[in-house]
Design a protein around this ligand. Structure first.
Ligand code: NAD
Length: 471
């Protein structure tokens, strides 16, 4: 049983003022594996005070000094990649396909940001004005449970590069992963107060931070509903906000797509991170005449997706993070059938042969209309909807007929056609034929998937303010 009883403020692991404890679970076994003592509003105050005190010196560090810090952070996080893997598997239940990407990436985001910084010019001239990009002040990062240390490291890398000090409030459900990554970050030897991490409840610590008058920037990853509350709270003091919110991403299979390529990619995108991914491609748009063939292939391929113990490297779908999340997904499985959709594969209950753990049967609904709730709401589990379309224009219309706009996939064997369709999709990222990850490309949403961008130069500038001196 792990006991996590410290938070990280001013360069040290300290006892929280908060007295509340929360249990931590292994979602694959439902066993309690630890407890965490949570920070409270007073701890949030201490963390902001430390970050504010550190800001004047940190904001005047040179680019070379900050590149050096980013490299130290990369080394410190990479050195414990094995512990990060173990923590994510035990506390979160992510399958190897996800962890193999997430764990190395937690360290690599610091190197990527160091590379961005190398070629970034903080000063430029516009007519008579000398424009300097200045760090925006004390920043707060609020992160979800579904890829704990990726978000912590991604947001921290941009703050360090910009010269902003930071208070991070991770999800209270990921305290073991947070503990491991905090130990890594501590090893990098940043100056006191540059980084502070206070795990606590959103409505206690999160809201104290987003309302704090000494905080000038909030970067948030989480649900659209929480994002809305944070924007309202941040509005009182006109904070800069970056919002990385939910999604209901379309995967458009065009009629000339190579199905041998498209089908595995569509399912990997849909079942990504056991379906607990903001970018999951949960709406599969298929040409009407090919619906039968595509559904047959999807069904066969989905049935081959192994569900179960995430320690098994063959497993592609792990458990839901919590009982609450499991129940939420079950309610959507019922709702889909009530709405008239047909189960192609999967359905309610645990997968066959599994008698414990918050496992869901990988599910694909057929006969879905885009106005059904299962096609409009983020389910955050391995539940996909097949929606048929008559022609390319209708495919694009359905893809864009959503409140969200985070990511989309297009599959076609004609690159020009795929690009033409991609250009018409209202989403922050469109991926053609499962193209590989591009770490410096901007990431973020259109519409209610949020605003602002992360990674590369766009992510760096989200922590900077231009100041023009004219003479
Ligand atoms: P959530 O919105 O419930 O919580 C996210 C974080 O916000 C947690 O740390 C929580 O404690 C905190 N929080 C809750 N209420 C708060 C408040 N009033 N003030 C301040 N902070 C508050 O999300 P979750 O369930 O942890 O994560 C899943 C959601 O995150 C999904 O909707 C998913 O789409 C989204 N997400 C988005 C991205 C992206 O990059 N766009 C990435 C991953 C997850």
């Amino acid at each position: 049983m792990r006991i996590i009883d410290k938070i990280y403020i001013d360069g040290a692991f300290v006892e929280p003022h908060g007295q509340e404890w929360a249990p931590l679970f292994n979602p694959a076994t439902e066993e309690q594996i630890g407890t965490v003592r949570l920070a409270d509003a007073q701890d949030a105050e201490r963390a902001v005070t430390a970050a504010k005190r550190a800001f004047p010196a940190f904001s005047t560090t040179t680019k070379a000094e900050r590149i050096d810090m980013l490299k130290r952070l990369h080394a410190a996080v990479s050195a414990r990649a094995g512990d990060l893997v173990d923590a994510m598997r035990e506390e979160y239940g992510a399958p190897s396909t996800f962890i193999d990407f997430a764990a190395p990436r937690a360290g690599n985001v610091f190197l990527d940001m160091a590379n961005t910084l190398e070629s970034y010019d903080f000063r430029r001239h516009i007519g008579r004005a000398e424009v300097e990009m200045r760090p925006s002040g004390v920043a707060v990062a609020i992160t979800p449970w579904n890829s704990n240390y990726s978000f912590i490291c991604g947001k921290l890398s941009a703050a360090i590069a910009a010269g902003a000090t930071m208070v991070i409030k991770p999800s209270e459900m990921s305290a073991i992963q947070t503990q491991v990554v905090t130990e890594c970050l501590h090893q990098a030897g940043l100056s006191k107060g540059v980084l502070n991490i206070v795990t606590g409840y959103g409505n206690v610590v999160g809201s104290a931070l987003t309302a704090h008058r000494d905080v000038s920037k909030v970067t948030f990853t989480g649900s659209t509903a929480t994002g809305r509350a944070i924007i309202q709270s941040a509005a009182a003091t006109i904070k800069r906000v970056t919002m990385e919110l939910g999604g209901k991403s379309p995967s458009i299979i065009l009629d000339d797509a190579d199905l041998d390529v498209a089908i595995p990619q569509v399912l990997s995108a849909g079942f990504l991170n056991s379906g607990q991914a903001c970018i999951a491609g949960t709406r599969i748009l298929v040409p009407e005449p090919m619906q039968g063939e595509i559904e047959g292939r999807l069904k066969r391929a989905a049935m081959a997706f192994k569900v179960g113990d995430p320690a098994d490297r063959e497993v592609r779908i792990g458990p839901m993070v919590s009982r609450k999340q499991w129940e939420r997904v079950q309610s959507y499985l019922r709702l889909g059938q009530e709405e008239g959709a047909v189960l192609l594969t999967g359905g309610e209950g645990r997968p066959e042969g599994v008698d414990r753990g918050w496992f869901v049967r990988p599910t694909i609904f057929s006969g879905v209309r885009n106005d059904m709730r299962i096609a409009r709401e983020e389910i955050f589990g391995p539940v996909l909807s097949v929606i048929s379309y008559r022609d390319e224009d209708e495919a694009i219309r359905i893809a864009n007929d959503t409140d969200y706009g985070l990511q989309a996939h297009v599959f076609s064997s004609d690159p020009d056609r795929a690009k033409r369709v991609a250009d018409q999709i209202e989403a922050g990222r469109v991926i053609i034929n499962g193209a590989p990850h591009e770490p410096l490309a901007p990431f973020g949403g259109f519409k209610q998937s949020g605003f602002g961008r992360e990674f590369g130069v766009f992510g760096l500038e989200a922590f900077l303010e231009p100041r023009a001196v004219i003479r």
